[in-house]
Every structure is written in structure tokens, then in C-alpha cells.
Design a protein around this ligand. Structure first.
Ligand code: GDP
Ligand code: MG
Length: 441
């Protein structure tokens, strides 16, 4: 998708005269690309009309950066489509909230319930899981297994066949135990849809959820709108979680789900594991949808805080995607100084949120300094190497001895390096804007 949209915009900006015809052709190209990405037809049509209203042909003709104006208009429109205008109910730590999960069978409800619970547990909440799926054999076992792995209390039954009763009992029990996030997993079969919706309504009535989360598999394509709407019509859906974003999914379904439920996407699932779960962020998502990479916010930040003369060098390093220990050392220096580049790196996903979490700056700084001490005992060859096999045990021992740190600290530091190298490599192929074109991205 990204490719065809960029191509359409590129073709247009090459045209000598930007008239209505050229703009229409460009918009038609983009329409096709968005449809291919599973954005619902009606949404695409509305967006096309809006863009036509926004993009002022006179501005284009006057030689302003056409590519930028159009790209920005599309970007803004897509962001607007993902913003239903009101935030979803946000549970408060320490205060009991009931959150009910709904969605078709196989959409990822049970997996996502656990991810959601685990995410909050890591932040100090007291979550609990209730299995109100009595339809599928093995549903309780699955939830039990997940919950046990994450050490989250759970409730369910092998005997009871009434989901409403179990849901009610489970919620009661965990309220008594002062859990602050009681999560109710429901069944979601394919057949007997009317019966499913009725069951869902009854579970909702019995548990009075503060929030109903609709879970949607991102690969369902154009079916997303109708499916989301059907759920919304039966229960008061207040938020959406889109799963399986790690697969070949094109992501357009998320726009449909928001439009159909008038609720925001709050998280996305990016894998089968417990921690493959991300807070949904509109701008990076749209950037990705448009093939602009994950980096629109990041690029803005670079322009904002990095001195002009340092921008090209930084971008060059990023676009090469190679992350050596020396680069890590330099970035650590920047982070500690909290200089402008340090600020930029604090925006890279996983770069400093893990390395220097808020509220733990002192500990993190000590850790970074410890890492740097060990790196001071490295040779130039080691610092500049791109060969992951170079760091063998005898080198690690030498570094440990030289810096007076235990070997396990050296191993920890190298693990951190590997993790950061992975984050860094995602920047590879980053397009470096030409002079004066920075904001055109
Ligand atoms: P439910 O029937 O709605 O409860 O769905 P499940 O939670 O049982 O998930 C169905 C399948 O999808 C399982 O095999 C999960 O491991 C898988 N799954 C769920 N979320 C994700 C995700 O974000 N990425 C991937 N790759 N698989 C997922
Ligand atoms: Mg399930």
C-alpha cells in the first residue's frame, strides 16, 4: 500500500501542471491502494471527498511543496478517521473496574485478555480473569494455563454450563478480593450468532462492565465493518483491540472497526506471546499504513530538537541500520547528557523506555555508566565490529577483568546491545530527505 500511495503522489508532483485532473488521478490511485489495504469502501470515498475540499489547487499551482501538502492531507484524514472523538473508559488503579471482552471465536479474545491483564499487572495493578466461555471445550483450560503462567488469579468451572452464572460469581469473588481489574472472557462462536449475541447481552447485564472491549482479528479484511457493527448493536462496545498485526494483515480493518463502533483502538496484538502487545498509537499506525515507516513522530522530533548541522549525520547513521557498540556508547553519552540527541533517542520505541524508565532515572543512569565503564575496556575492533560472533568468551572475560565487573554484567550489557541493535535496525532504509525537504516527510 505504502508503495502505491507514494508512487501516486510522486507521479503527481512530477506533473508540470497540477490541475483538477491530475489531482483526481492521484486520488484515484490512492483510493485503489486504500481499498487493497482493506479500508472500507465508504470510508475511502468520504476521505477522498474531504481531501478534495482541503487541498487547495491554487496553493498547489503556486509551487508549494505539492507532495507534502497532499501527503499531509491524507495523513491527517486517516488520523481523524481513527479518532472517534471521545476517549474510552480508562480503568483506575486501586478502584474496581470490570472489563468484558467480546469478539468472534478465534479473534484472539482469550489470548488478549491475558495480555491485557499482564500488561496492567506489570504496572502494579491487581487483575483477575473470569472465564465465561462454557461453549468451547477447553476454553477454561486455555485461560487457566495463560493465567497460571502470568500468575494472575482466575475463575471458571468445568461443570457449570451457564456462562452468566460463572461470570457473575467470578466478578463477585474478585470484587471481594479487592482486585482492581476484573476481566471477563466470553465465548464467541461462529454459528448461532443470534444465540451468541443474546448470551453476551446477558453476561453484560449480570456483570455490568465498565468497559466492553471488542477484539478483532486484523486479517478479516473488508468484513471488519459489518462484524464490528453487529457487536456494537448488541452490547455497548467502548474500545477495540486489533489482534494479529504481526501477520500479513494490512491494517485497514482497524479504521472500519473504529468507524463502526465509534470507539478507539486501545491496543494491538503483535504475536502469540504474553508481551506481544502494544499500546495503539494513531500516528505511527497511519505512517505505517501509508508506507511512511514508523517514524513520522520521530522525524518531527529530530527537526525540533537536533541542531540543523547535526541532522544529516544522525539520519545517515540511522538509515544504514548498523548499530555498533561504539554507536551505543555515543548514544549513552547523549542520553546521560540529556542533550538534544538523547531526547530523540528517548523517542525510539524500546530505546529508552526500557533503558531509562520514568521515575527510575537514577538507577538507570547508574546502569548506563556501568555499561560505559565496561565498554571503556573494549578494543577499537570490538567497538566497531558488526560481527556478532566476535564477542567470544575470552574477550568477555578480558573486559570483565579490565573493568573490574563480574562476567554476568558484561553479558547483560551485550544483551542490552543486541536488543538495541534490533530496535535500531528497524530504521534501516530510512529515507534521508534532501536539504530543505525535511518536513516533506
Ligand atoms: P478466542 O477464540 O477469541 O478466545 O481466540 P484465542 O485467544 O484462542 O486465539 C486464537 C488464536 O489466535 C490462538 O492460536 C492465538 O495464539 C492466536 N493469536 C491471538 N492473538 C494473536 C496475535 O496478536 N498474533 C498472532 N500471531 N496470533 C494471535
Ligand atoms: Mg477464547
Amino acid at each position: 500500500l505504502g508503495g502505491s500511495i507514494s508512487r501516486a503522489i510522486q507521479q503527481m508532483s512530477n506533473a508540470t501542471i497540477i490541475d483538477e485532473k491530475a489531482l483526481n488521478e492521484c486520488l484515484n490511485e490512492i483510493t485503489r491502494a486504500l481499498l487493497q489495504s482493506d479500508v472500507q469502501f465508504k470510508l475511502v470515498r468520504d476521505m477522498q471527498a474531504n481531501i478534495k475540499k482541503i487541498v487547495n489547487l491554487d496553493d498547489l499551482a503556486a509551487g508549494h511543496n505539492k507532495r507534502r501538502i497532499i501527503q499531509q492531507a491524507i495523513f491527517n484524514e486517516l488520523c481523524k478517521m481513527l479518532d472517534p472523538g471521545k476517549p474510552s473508559f480508562i480503568p483506575k488503579k486501586g478502584k474496581t473496574s470490570v472489563v468484558m471482552f467480546v469478539g468472534l471465536q478465534g479473534s484472539g479474545k482469550t489470548t488478549t485478555c491475558t495480555k491485557y491483564a499482564y500488561y496492567h499487572q506489570k504496572k502494579g495493578w491487581k487483575p483477575a480473569l473470569v472465564c465465561a466461555d462454557t461453549f468451547r471445550a477447553g476454553a477454561f483450560d486455555q485461560l487457566k494455563q495463560n493465567a497460571t503462567k502470568a500468575k494472575i488469579p482466575f475463575y471458571g468451572s468445568y461443570m457449570e454450563s451457564d456462562p452468566v452464572k460463572i461470570a457473575e460469581e467470578g466478578v463477585e469473588r474478585f470484587k471481594k478480593e479487592n482486585c482492581d481489574l476484573i476481566i471477563v472472557d466470553t465465548s464467541g462462536r461462529h454459528k448461532q450468532e443470534a444465540a451468541l449475541f443474546e448470551e453476551m447481552r446477558q453476561v453484560a447485564e449480570a456483570t455490568k462492565p465498565d468497559l466492553v472491549i471488542f477484539v478483532m482479528d486484523s486479517s478479516i479484511g473488508q468484513a471488519a465493518f459489518d462484524q464490528a457493527q453487529a457487536f456494537k448493536q448488541s452490547v455497548a462496545v467502548g474500545a477495540v483491540i486489533v489482534t494479529k498485526m504481526d501477520g500479513h494483515a494490512k491494517g485497514g480493518g482497524a479504521l472500519s472497526a473504529v468507524a463502526a463502533t465509534k470507539s478507539p483502538v486501545i491496543f494491538i496484538g503483535t504475536g502469540e506471546h504474553m508481551d506481544e502487545f502494544e499500546v495503539f498509537d494513531v500516528k505511527p499506525f497511519v505512517s505505517r499504513l501509508l508506507g511512511m515507516g514508523d517514524l513520522s513522530g520521530f522525524m518531527d522530533k529530530i527537526q525540533e530538537v537536533v541542531p540543523m548541522d547535526q541532522q544529516p549525520e544522525l539520519l545517515q547513521m540511522l538509515s544504514e541500520g548498523t548499530f555498533t557498540l561504539r554507536i551505543m556508547y555515543e548514544q549513552f553519552q547523549n542520553l546521560l547528557k540529556m542533550g538534544p540527541i538523547g531526547q530523540v533517542f528517548s523517542m525510539l520505541p524500546g530505546f529508552s523506555s526500557e533503558l531509562m524508565p520514568k521515575g527510575r532515572e537514577k538507577e538507570s543512569q547508574a546502569k548506563i555508566k556501568r555499561y560505559m565503564t565496561m565498554m571503556d575496556s573494549m578494543t577499537n575492533e570490538e567497538l566497531d565490529s558488526t560481527n556478532p560472533k566476535l564477542m567470544n568468551e575470552s574477550r568477555m572475560m578480558r573486559i570483565a577483568r579490565g573493568s573490574g565487573r563480574p562476567l554476568r554484567d558484561v553479558i547483560e550489557m551485550l544483551d542490552e546491545y543486541k536488543r538495541l541493535a534490533k530496535v535500531w535496525s528497524k530504521m534501516k532504509g530510512l529515507k534521508i530527505p534532501k536539504k530543505g525537504e525535511m518536513s516533506a516527510l
